[in-house]
Write a protein that binds this ligand. Structure first.
Ligand code: ATP
Ligand code: MG
Length: 419
């Protein structure tokens, strides 16, 4: 775990960045960003004000938010206009670094974030054609995730916001994944300067919506009744869906991360070749379990009577059909209008196909972000942060890394009985 020396090092690097690069007049005064509840110098907003009012403290439209994401093994910085239009979304993946260990090594992840944080922020600003002073706020993932990795983003995000006199809001990483569904998934980054126009509004998903979050660490079915209003309907009782993909990849002798490799191997296999168990648990349960499926795959691999392609395709089909059955059951039970997918596993081709075809058959609108927005990225964090900011949410300067932060935990916001 990285301590105070580490934090001081990062803050001093950020102050250097202030001096030579993006900040303009007065922006460098925030070297001591790490503690206290006072407003940042020259802050455009204070906590709790009504953003829609147009008074001082409101978020102007289209607000420019710098998103920061460092919860696991991707360092990412993004600039998003009006909570929808992605002006830049820089992602520095550490996959090559962790591959030889077969998984993410937390200490290595933290140290790599420290190296890549400032270059990512610089590139995100440059690609968006803005400086820190053009922004309205900084949104940073503060949990859940790896403590040391989160700490880099949280410390860096606070220092940047304080130095530039911006509001800052902590974002729950899983809420970030959900908000990938609210971004304009248009053709790519906007042209330089385009952010000065009103952001192009794609149709936002309608509430209430059921969101299936399927990622490396989570398999959650969440009812979202409105912005920031969540009810967890079900979750995995053992492995997360992404974890199951990664473990099956290991059983098949594929590399890391396993999900995309299983997905591409499965393209050449027969999804009906191997009969694999599907765990539905008790009648009516919206929880999931993948450990039995993983054990069955291990058994089939040991037997050696099926090709890796057929095993991969059959495994993928088993996961997708259980997830689809549970997700559409949640939609029926809640009367939701939309089913949205989120998290890295929603990049899976079989899951996408199954969800879209079931949605069509059952008359349910299904939203799935493009694959590049399913895995960890800072644009989704900026989007989630934006929707918090317009509801008047801000975080304090003592915001910390919260490895076990739960969806909907409002203690990360000022005036919410927390930080
Ligand atoms: N095409 C794919 N098919 C299946 N799984 C995939 C695919 N692409 C990525 N994944 C899986 O998604 C996971 C990574 O997703 P994500 O980045 O959302 O997880 P995380 O950030 O590590 O975990 P969490 O979001 O729960 O903290 C990995 O387990 C990876 O194998
Ligand atoms: Mg994630």
């Amino acid at each position: 775990m990285l301590g105070n020396e580490f934090r001081k090092g990062l803050v001093s690097d950020l102050v250097k960045l202030v001096g030579k690069n993006q900040f303009s007049a007065g922006g460098a005064s925030g070297g001591g960003a790490a503690s206290g509840q006072e407003a940042a110098p020259g802050s455009k907003g204070a906590s709790g004000e009504d953003a829609a009012s147009g008074e001082e403290g409101a978020v102007r439209e289209p607000a420019l938010v710098l998103g920061i994401e460092t919860s696991c093994d991707e360092t990412s910085a993004a600039v998003v206009a009006g909570g929808i239009r992605i002006l830049s979304n820089i992602i520095a993946s550490q996959v090559d670094l962790h591959r030889k260990y077969g998984g993410v090594v937390p200490e290595i992840a933290s140290r790599k974030h420290l190296e890549t944080f400032i270059p990512c922020v610089n590139e995100a600003l440059e690609q968006a054609g803005v400086g820190m002073r053009d922004l309205d706020a900084v949104a940073v993932t503060c949990g859940p995730g790896l403590a040391g990795a989160l700490l880099v983003g949280v410390t860096g995000g606070k220092a940047l916001a304080y130095g530039a006199g911006l509001d800052m809001v902590g974002v729950n990483h899983l809420e970030g994944h959900i908000y990938a569904n609210f971004l304009d998934a248009g053709p790519g980054p906007a042209l330089r300067g385009e952010h000065t126009q009103q952001a192009r509004q794609g149709p936002a998903p309608e509430f209430p919506l059921v969101c299936l979050v399927v990622s490396g660490g989570h398999t959650d079915l969440i009812l979202m009744k409105g912005h920031g209003s969540y009810e967890v309907l079900g979750r995995t009782r053992d492995d997360a869906a992404g974890e199951a993909f990664d473990k099956v990849a290991r059983l098949l002798g594929l590399g890391y991360p396993g999900g995309p490799l299983v997905d591409s191997l499965a393209q050449k296999g027969d999804p009906d070749a191997v009969a694999l168990p599907k765990a539905y648990l008790e009648e009516g349960s919206l929880d999931t379990s993948f450990s039995g499926l993983k054990t069955a795959v291990a058994h089939v691999v040991r037997q050696g009577s099926f090709s890796p392609e057929d095993i991969a395709a059959s495994f993928q089909k088993a996961v997708a059909s259980v997830l689809a059955d549970k997700a559409f059951a949640a939609v029926r039970r809640t009367g939701a209008r939309v089913l949205a997918l989120a998290g890295g596993v929603s990049a899976n081709s079989e899951l996408r196909r199954t969800m879209l075809s079931s949605g069509e058959r059952l008359g349910v609108a299904v939203r799935i972000p493009p694959p590049r927005l399913c895995t960890d990225n800072a644009a989704m964090v900026a989007c989630a942060g934006y929707h918090g900011l317009v509801r008047g949410l801000r975080s304090g300067w003592d915001l910390n890394a919260l490895p076990n932060l739960a969806v909907g935990d409002e203690s990360i916001y000022l005036g919410a009985g927390g930080i």
